[in-house]
Ligand binder design. Structure first.
Ligand SMILES: Nc1nc2c(c(=O)[nH]1)N(C=O)[C@@H](CNc1ccc(C(=O)N[C@@H](CCC(=O)O)C(=O)O)cc1)CN2
Ligand SMILES: Nc1ncnc2c1ncn2[C@@H]1O[C@H](COP(=O)(O)OP(=O)(O)OP(=O)(O)O)[C@@H](O)[C@H]1O
Length: 215
């Protein structure tokens, strides 16, 4: 079910207006609603076969009302999963690499005010992975629709970082996560958008429609 306030359709120029509206919705949730949503989301994630198979997973530290995936941490550590966080890649415009996140990882704020592992720590090869070397990415999103299309913060960070998915080679599982109120009725699909495997929210799991042979 689309959010009751979701617009009926989306002309392209309205994309940024919708992005602002969806960001406003998640920021408007109370601390109590945030906690309940995060608990419900993480409970659901723990039942996803994709995540049960995972050995190298990226999470994110929530900002601006994003749903919080961190209650997964103890569960992942217990299962011996290696956990990574996205870090703005130095010297490479708007793309990410993934740095180990474990007790003791030194953290700094990036230019958006989001905490991330310190550059010097991530600079050591043993502490980081390119996206293709992860098996599962938990991907933050600003908006999604019933076909599991995704809208992000608008920087193209994940789309650029995941562009390798169009080529032959490893294809990690991409699990988008969001609050249910971040659903819109129909998002425009851009040529550079990388489709997600699954989206999980506090109330549902959304998967893309299976592609027909003729698509
Ligand atoms: N928690 C979290 N971490 C993440 C992301 C994310 O979406 N969520 N990213 C996913 O890409 C990357 C960072 N991308 C971001 C892109 C834009 C803005 C942002 O707030 N833009 C402001 C302008 C801020 C400024 O320029 O100072 C804005 O649009 O209002 C933040 C993060 C990596 N880390
Ligand atoms: N693979 C890519 N190569 C070059 N530019 C890209 C690529 N992917 C996205 N971009 C650029 O990034 C910008 C932001 O794209 P868009 O508005 O779709 O972001 P988004 O999907 O919301 O962001 P994100 O991927 O960070 O969550 C666009 O101007 C687009 O041209």
């Amino acid at each position: 079910m689309p959010h009751p306030d979701a617009p009926e359709s989306l002309p392209l120029p309205a994309k940024n207006t919708l992005r602002r509206e969806l960001r406003r919705r998640r920021r408007a949730l109370t601390a109590r609603e945030q906690r309940a949503a995060s608990t419900a989301l993480c409970r659901r994630l723990k039942t996803l076969p994709e995540l049960l198979r995972a050995r190298r997973v990226s999470l994110y530290l929530p900002a601006g009302g994003e749903i919080d995936p961190l209650p997964l941490l103890p569960w992942l550590y217990r299962r011996g999963v290696s956990v990574y966080l996205p870090v703005l890649r130095p010297l490479s415009a708007n793309s990410l690499w993934f740095v180990a996140y474990r007790p003791g990882t030194p953290m700094v704020k990036n230019r958006f005010g989001i905490r991330e592992p310190a550059v010097a720590f991530g600079a050591r090869r043993a502490n980081r992975l390119p996206a293709w070397a992860l098996d599962t990415l938990i991907v933050p999103l600003v908006g999604f629709d019933e076909h599991a299309n995704r809208m992000g913060m608008g920087g193209g960070f994940y789309d650029r970082t995941l562009a390798f998915m169009r080529r032959r080679g490893p294809k990690p599982t991409l699990i988008g996560v969001a609050h249910a109120c971040q659903q819109a009725s129909e998002l425009p699909v851009e040529p550079w958008d990388i489709p997600l495997t699954t989206i999980a929210t506090d109330t549902a799991v959304v998967r893309p429609r299976k592609r027909q042979a003729a698509d």
